[in-house]
Write a protein that binds this ligand. Structure first.
Ligand SMILES: [Zn+2]
Length: 420
């Protein structure tokens, strides 16, 4: 396989492909390095192989950090394939585009994953790599969606799981984790406190694969598949702009990386898409730093209905700022009312019901269009990361329902003004 080593993103120090995530020299984050020379010998053959691949993230296994190839029934390293994540729909949203005064808007609908968020992608990769490395348990610190994905993925391959969440999470996300038989810990604190605890726990339980801690370099690579799919689904073309919500910033940086990687390798030609980031006003450390022209994010205490984005100290914040600026993008923040309106706007114009994080993304898309930052002729992709059934309270009370007796006259009286 093409995977070569881990390398520090800051100082360039190389490390073996182990369960490690931080540079011993400078404490910088580690990332996976590949040697693609072999697969690049015949680009057309590579494209054909991708197109003939399985309808999940493993069609891109040449760009994912497994030593022994994709998991599947023919692979002795990982005999149980796990949940089939990825290859979600890319839907053209003409009615939404029309409402926004734009020509071409697409929705990458990652609510269509097995546990209804993009986290199934990163967990699929982390889980497969964890099994290659011989781990016998999965764990994570989560704002909700990751917990759902880890618990389900562990159940699918028969491993125990340990999920740590803030105790004030939405019921839907708590229930959709516990149901898989996970060991669930609701921590009285915010995500940043949960994450700090998990860093300590992972040092004590070194035989647990913490997908977003000691597995982080492998885990984060899974997000590149969002970019790969967009390119493939657009007929091997690039979008002009991609709008991505920001929590830790990992999805944003890896979607950018996915586009950049395929441009560098010659799998697709053109300019790297403008990367626009979306945050909630109640947790906007990256948007604030962007507006101030700063290179680092100042941690905040989150207070927003977009709980899946409520990370006050985003690990990849500096890289998000760098890539947004390098591609001519921006990082925007929208308030809770705009988030609710974003959810409704997407639902009413596309039939796609997204959770609050998707409401943040659509509200930022609307704001950028309103301000004229998006050229009306741009091809825009909005990445919808999770399902609306996960955050039902966000839409409660945003529409009217007619409660009637089973009497035709009463119905006719109520429908008359609607039809008028
Ligand atoms: Zn380093």
């Amino acid at each position: 396989m093409a995977v070569e080593k881990l390398r520090c993103k800051e100082c360039g120090e190389g490390y073996p492909l182990e369960a490690r995530y931080v540079c011993e020299r400078c404490f910088g984050p580690l990332e996976v390095v590949y040697d693609h020379r072999a697969v690049l010998a015949d680009i057309e053959a590579l494209r054909r192989r991708i197109q003939a691949g399985s309808a999940d993230v493993w069609r891109y296994s040449d760009f994912l950090p497994l030593a022994g190839g994709p998991p599947g029934p023919c692979n002795e390293l990982a005999p149980t394939p796990g949940l089939p994540a990825g290859w979600t729909p890319l839907t053209r949203a003409d009615r939404l585009a029309e409402r926004l005064g734009l020509r071409e808007v697409w929705i990458k609908n990652d609510a269509a994953n097995p546990t209804h968020s993009f986290k199934d992608r990163v967990v699929a990769v982390a889980c497969a790599r964890a099994r290659e490395l011989g781990f016998h348990a999965l764990a994570c610190a989560s704002t909700g969606n990751l917990g759902n994905a880890v618990a389900a993925s562990a159940a699918a391959v028969g491993l125990p799981s340990y999920v740590f969440i803030p105790s004030d999470l939405e019921d839907e996300k708590i229930l959709a984790t516990g149901v898989y038989g996970s060991n669930l810990f609701a921590v009285r604190g915010n995500y940043d406190e949960v994450n700090r605890l998990c860093t300590e726990v992972s040092a004590e339980h070194e035989d647990w694969a913490f997908v977003n801690i000691n597995m982080r370099p492998y885990y984060s690579e899974g997000s590149k598949t969002v970019a790969f799919e967009i390119v493939e689904q657009l007929g091997w073309e690039l979008p002009d702009r991609c709008i991505v919500p920001i929590a830790s910033g990992s999805l944003f940086t890896k979607v950018h990386r996915g586009f950049a990687e395929w441009i560098e390798l010659g799998l697709v030609s053109g300019r790297a898409p403008t990367m626009s980031g979306a945050q909630a006003v109640g947790c906007a450390p990256v948007a604030t730093a962007f507006a101030a022209g700063a290179d680092l994010c100042k941690p905040v205490k989150p207070q927003t209905i977009a709980k899946s984005l409520a990370i006050g100290n985003p690990a990849d914040g500096p890289y998000v700022l760098e890539y947004a600026r390098a591609t001519g993008g921006t990082i925007e923040a929208v308030d809770d009312d705009q988030i609710r309106e974003g959810i409704r706007l997407l639902a009413e114009t596309t039939g796609i019901f997204t959770e609050t994080a998707g409401g943040v993304t659509v509200a930022v898309l609307r704001e950028l269009a309103r301000r004229g930052e998006i050229d009306p002729d741009e091809r825009v992709v909005a990445v919808i990361t999770g399902d609306g059934l996960k955050t039902l309270d966000a839409v409660r009370g945003t529409f009217e329902m007619h409660v009637i007796d089973p009497v035709l006259d009463e119905f006719e009286a109520r429908i008359a003004p609607v039809l008028a």
